[in-house]
Ligand binder design. Structure first.
Ligand SMILES: Nc1ncnc2c1ncn2[C@@H]1O[C@H](COP(=O)(O)OP(=O)(O)OP(=O)(O)O)[C@@H](O)[C@H]1O
Ligand SMILES: [Mg+2]
Length: 228
């Protein structure tokens, strides 16, 4: 049987050019991810993990190479098509939650879909279900400043899922949390992955937690060192 992949990166190159130097960060990187996999990316600081995640999420362009999401070649698309795809098919979780300070937890989860065409009532129902799933229905009226760090990240997880994305990209989602909250967040991501067959690609410095996933990819010297 032929293997099919949800996300593929082919021969990615990325340079950063500043006034004084050209930095070759990704050097022909290849990557293949199947639906439902929970994959961790580890690597030294400055090795290009965030750069890679931004390119896979179409927030940035590679200098060479392609990213294919379910048979769609990303960088052949127009900016407006890419914006739609990013908004509907990819979920992002960052190190800092990026929640909007003047809105409640529930409104923050709803926000990505309020911009779209869905009815407010339906969006609210979905957002409540997601808050329940991340264990925060009892905090729905709290604003971000009225939530703990771990709770804010769980709201950010719920927000990333409101569109039912095909893949969730997370850049050090527990970088800001204490160890108990980190473990709780990873357990949440793991159960979401298993129960909903959701695909996660997570950058982390925490190798112990990364062991809980299906695969750990090591990004060193611009490529994945342990590609099968
Ligand atoms: N906009 C930019 N212009 C120039 N150089 C950049 C730019 N963004 C990143 N870099 C450089 O590219 C390299 C890779 O950066 P990146 O943020 O991808 O690393 P990282 O693996 O995520 O590191 P960390 O673990 O510290 O978050 C770094 O050496 C960084 O200094
Ligand atoms: Mg980074």
């Amino acid at each position: 049987m032929e293997d099919s992949f949800l996300l593929e990166a082919h021969h990615l190159h990325k340079y950063y050019r500043t006034r004084v130097e050209s930095l070759h960060v990704l050097k022909g990187l290849d990557l293949k991810i199947r639906t439902g996999e929970m994959i961790f990316i580890v690597g030294p600081s400055g090795s290009g993990k965030s750069t890679l995640l931004h390119i896979l999420g179409s927030l940035d362009r590679p200098d060479e190479g392609e990213v294919i999401l379910e048979d769609e070649i990303l960088f052949e698309k127009s900016e407006s098509e890419l914006a739609r795809l990013r908004n509907q098919e990819i979920g992002f979780i960052f190190q800092f939650h990026h929640l909007l300070p003047d809105f409640t937890a529930l409104e923050n989860v709803m926000m990505p879909q309020l911009i779209g065409r869905m009815k407010r009532k339906e969006v609210q129902k979905r957002a409540k279900d997601l808050l329940q799933e991340v264990g925060l229905l009892n905090r729905e009226t709290h604003r971000p400043s009225e939530l703990s760090g771990g709770e804010k990240q769980r709201v950010a997880v719920a927000r990333a899922l409101i569109h039912s994305p095909k893949i969730v990209l997370a850049d050090e989602p527990t970088g800001n949390l204490d160890s108990a909250s980190s473990t709780a967040l990873y357990n949440l991501l793991l159960s979401l992955s298993r129960e909903r067959n959701l695909t996660f690609l997570i950058v982390t410095h925490n190798e112990a937690l990364a062991q809980k996933g299906d695969r750990i990819l090591q990004l060193v010297d611009g490529i994945i060192q342990n590609n099968p």
